[in-house]
Design a binder for this molecule. Structure first.
Ligand code: FDA
Ligand code: NAD
Length: 427
C-alpha cells in the first residue's frame, strides 16, 4: 500500500506551514505536495502555546493561530490546504525513512514516496528521566512542546489556582510558563542550575532585571541546584520536589523546561549531521540532494558568522523553510544562499525584548535598567555582532536589526556606551 508525491514535508509545525505557503505562492499542482505530521492539527504558530494559549481570559485557540498569522500573512486552515490541493496526512508518525529509495514508512504501515523531501521534524522536549530523575510521567508534571502539552497544562493549571507550582529550568519555557502561571494566580518557585535565568543569552545584568521583575510578581528563585526526586501521594500525583541541596518544596504542580533535542533519529546514518542537527548547505539541502532540512532540526551556514549553526527559534524556522522552497523551485543558476540574521524575541507579563545577531565578545549595556527600556551590544574582534533591546519601538527594533547586520567596527567602546541606542538609530 502506498502513495506518491512530488514534494513531501515531513513534520507539521511552523516550518511546514511556511514551506506550504511558499509552495502555493510559487505555484504547484493539486496532489503534488503532502505534509505528514504526528500532530492532529494543521501547522500552527507554536510560540502562541506558552503565551496567548495560557491566558485565563480571551485565550488563543485554533483556528486563530494557524500559520502564517505570525507574519501577518494568510491563515492556512485545513480548508485552505484542501482548496490548494495539498494533502494533510495528520495524526501519522513516520517510523522510518529510506533516502536511497526515497520512501517514508508510517506507523500505520503506509509507504509514502517522494521526489523531494523537506525534513521539518523540529525537536522534542528533554525529559527529567534523561537527567536521572524518575516520575515525570505523573499527571501533575507538565512539559511544553505541542498543543497536546499546552492543553494538558491548561487543565492542570485550572486545578491548581491558589496553589504552588515548581518550574524546573530557567530558559525560554521556564520564563514564559512561569509568567503565565502567575497570571493564572498560581504561586511560582523557579529552580535552575545556573547563576541566573536565560543563561544562553542574557548577561547577569540583563537577567537581574527580569528576575527582579518576576520577584515583584511574587516569583521565588532557587538557583545553582537541580531537582533530585519527587514525592508522590497514593494516587501517584507529585506532592513535593526534593532538590539536590536537600531543600523540600511542596508542589501542586510541576512545569519542566530543560531544553530540547532535534528529531534527527530517522536520518541518522543516512544524512550528515552537525551541531546535533541535519547539516545543510546554503540552499537548505542535505548531504542527499533530494532531501532538504529546515527549522529546529537543520544546522545551516550562517553567512554572517562564517559558521554552521542550529537555531531553535521561530523566525529561522519560517525563513529557512521559505528559502528551501525557493531553492527547490528556482532554476539551479538563480539559486542564492540563505543569508540569515539570527533573531530571537520573547514577551512575558508587560515586558518584551528582541535580540539580533550573536552574543559573543565584550558586552556594552545601555539605557535605564530601573525603567522601561534598556539594551546591550556585543562587540567581538572589534565589530558589533549582537544587539538586545527591551521595551523598544518598532523603529528602534528595526534600527538594532540593521546595525547588527552591518557589523560596524567599534573603535571606542566607551563612546558606544555613551551613545547607547542612539548609535543604532544613527546608522
Ligand atoms: P516544530 O516543532 O514546530 O514542528 C515539528 C513537527 O514535526 C511537529 O508537528 C511534530 O509532531 C512533527 N514530527 C516530528 N517527528 C515526526 C515524525 N517522525 N513523524 C511525523 N511527524 C513528526 N521561538 C521564538 O523565536 N519565539 C517564541 O516566542 C517562541 N515560543 C515558543 C513557545 C513554545 C511553547 C515552543 C515549544 C517553542 C517556541 N519557540 C519560539 C520556538 C519555535 O516555536 C520553534 O523554533 C519552531 O516551532 C520550530 O519549527 P519546526 O517546524 O522546525 O518544528
Ligand atoms: P532552553 O535551552 O532555553 O533552557 C533550558 C534550561 O534548562 C536551562 O537554561 C537550564 O536552566 C535548565 N536546565 C538544564 N538542565 C537542567 C536540569 N538537569 N535540571 C533543571 N534545569 C535544567 O530550553 P527550554 O526553555 O526548555 O525551551 C525549549 C525550546 O523552546 C528551545 O528551543 C527554545 O528556543 C524554544 N522556545 C523559545 C521561546 C522564545 O524564543 N521566546 C519560547 C519558548 C520556547
Amino acid at each position: 500500500m502506498g502513495r506518491a508525491f512530488v514534494y513531501v514535508i515531513l513534520g507539521g509545525g511552523v516550518a511546514a506551514g511556511y514551506a506550504a505557503f511558499e509552495f502555493s505562492k510559487r505555484g504547484i499542482s493539486h496532489g503534488e505536495l503532502c505534509i505528514i505530521s504526528e500532530e492532529t492539527f494543521a501547522p500552527y504558530e507554536r510560540p502562541a502555546l506558552s503565551k496567548g494559549f495560557l491566558l485565563p481570559e480571551d485565550s488563543a485557540r485554533l483556528p486563530s493561530f494557524h500559520t502564517c498569522v505570525g507574519t501577518n500573512e494568510e491563515r492556512l486552515t485545513p480548508k485552505w490546504y484542501k482548496e490548494h490541493g495539498i494533502e494533510l496526512v495528520l495524526g501519522t508518525r513516520v517510523k522510518s525513512a529510506d533516502v536511497r529509495r526515497k520512501t517514508l514508512l508510517t506507523a500505520a504501515g503506509e509507504t509514502i514516496s517522494y521526489k523531494i523531501l523537506i525534513v521539518a521534524t523540529g525537536a522534542r522536549a528533554l525529559k527529567l528521566e534523561e537527567f536521572g530523575v524518575n516520575g515525570s510521567d505523573a499527571e501533575n508534571v507538565c512539559y511544553m512542546r505541542d498543543l497536546a502539552d499546552a492543553t494538558r497544562l491548561v487543565s492542570v493549571m485550572q486545578s491548581c489556582v491558589g496553589g504552588n507550582a515548581i518550574v524546573i529550568g530557567g530558559g525560554y519555557i521556564g520564563m514564559e510558563c512561569a509568567a503565565s502561571l502567575v497570571i493564572n494566580k498560581i504561586n511560582v518557585t523557579m529552580v535552575f542550575p545556573e547563576a541566573h535565568c536565560m543563561p544562553r543569552l542574557f548577561t547577569p545584568k540583563i537577567a537581574g532585571y527580569y528576575e527582579d521583575f518576576y520577584k515583584s510578581k511574587g516569583v521565588k528563585f532557587i538557583k545553582g541546584t537541580v531537582l533530585s526526586s519527587f514525592e508522590n501521594d497514593t494516587s501517584g500525583k507529585v506532592t513535593a520536589v526534593i532538590l539536590r541541596d536537600g531543600t523540600r518544596l511542596t508542589a501542586d504542580m510541576v512545569m519542566v523546561g530543560i531544553g530540547i533535542r532535534p528529531n534527527t533519529i530517522l536520518f541518522e546514518g543516512q544524512l550528515t549531521l552537525e551541531k546535533g542537527g541535519i547539516k545543510v548547505n546554503g540552499h537548505m539541502q542535505t548531504s542527499n540532494s533530494s532531501v532538504y532540512a529546515v527549522g529546529d532540526v537543520a544546522a545551516f551556514p550562517v553567512k554572517l558568522f562564517g559558521e554552521i549553526r542550529r537555531l531553535e527559534h521561530v523566525d529561522s524556522a519560517r525563513k529557512s523553510a521559505r528559502h528551501a522552497v525557493a531553492a527547490i523551485m528556482a532554476p539551479e543558476k538563480t539559486r542564492g544562499d540563505f543569508d540569515y540574521l539570527p533573531f530571537f524575541y520573547s514577551r512575558v507579563f508587560t515586558l518584551s525584548w528582541q535580540f539580533y545577531g550573536d552574543n559573543v565578545g565584550e558586552v556594552v549595556h545601555y539605557g535605564d535598567f530601573s525603567g522601561r527600556s534598556f539594551g546591550a551590544y556585543w562587540i567581538n574582534k572589534g565589530k558589533l555582532v549582537g544587539s538586545f533591546l527591551e521595551g523598544g519601538t518598532k523603529e528602534e527594533y528595526e534600527a538594532i536589526a540593521k546595525v547588527t547586520r552591518l557589523q560596524p567596527v567599534v573603535a571606542d567602546i566607551a563612546e558606544l556606551e555613551r551613545q547607547g541606542l542612539g548609535f543604532a538609530l544613527s546608522v
